[in-house]
Write a protein that binds this ligand. Structure first.
Ligand code: MN
Length: 230
């Protein structure tokens, strides 16, 4: 059967060393570092919760280049959230945390860009976060580094600077729900597929960016991700 119009090009993220990883879905974990949970007005280890972004929210930034995103509509408070992104290579459901590393293809540095004012308004009204989280260009991401190169990333600095000033500084070891636990919980709710990306949460220090700002995020072992807001 022929399509009634041409299908969109598949979304893919370049891989360090060659090739690209086709993206299936983007899952995101909310409030997964204690210090960020506190800055958002919460405490303690609540069960993990998830939201999603559409795959075409990805802005893939090749190694060594500066990505560009347009300041989105409807907001006056666009926030940066630097995150470790996990790329799933082998899908599955009800994956035990101990088996999770076998399902990981690699890792990347990502930004969960957030229209905070809209998200807060939706929270207040008990409505879905989509308008605050799942907009166009809301998921800039650097190249994917295979786990075969990095080994399991269990600790290491995660940072974000805006115009050279450090705003977010954390350590992967401080994730409330580890990557493996996150995969266990996610795969109980959804059947994970090859090409699923998981944004694992952000440390404290989230804040606003404006047009002209340049964000530079980094995760130890993965290099950096540079994105300009225009
Ligand atoms: Mn986030």
């Amino acid at each position: 059967m022929s399509h009634v119009f041409p299908p969109p090009a598949p979304v893919a993220v370049p891989v360090v060393g060659g090739g690209s990883l086709p993206v299936h879905r983007i899952y995101c974990v909310g409030r997964n570092y204690a210090d960020h949970a506190v800055e958002m007005g919460f405490t303690g280890r609540e069960p993990p919760f998830f939201f999603m972004k559409p795959a075409d929210a990805i802005v893939a930034v090749p190694e060594g280049e500066t990505g560009r995103i347009d300041y989105p509509t409807l907001t006056a408070n666009l926030h940066h959230e630097i995150e470790l992104v996990v790329a799933i290579g082998t899908g599955g459901r009800n994956i035990a945390a101990a088996d999770a590393p076998k399902h990981i293809w690699g890792y990347a540095v990502g930004l969960d860009m957030t229209r905070r004012d809209l998200q807060n308004e939706m929270k207040k009204q008990g409505r879905p976060w989509c308008i605050g989280k799942a907009f166009e260009q809301s998921a800039p991401i650097g190249p994917i580094v295979p786990i075969a190169k990095t080994g399991e990333l269990l600790a290491g600095a995660i940072t974000l600077a805006v115009n050279g000033n450090v705003k977010q500084q954390g350590d992967l070891k401080d994730l409330i729900w580890s990557v493996n636990e996150t995969i266990e919980q996610l795969s109980a709710a959804w059947t994970l597929q090859p090409g699923d990306l998981i944004f694992t949460g952000t440390p404290a220090g989230v804040g606003a960016v404006v047009r002209g700002d340049v964000m530079e995020g980094a995760v130890a072992g993965l290099g950096s991700l540079k994105v300009a807001v225009q």
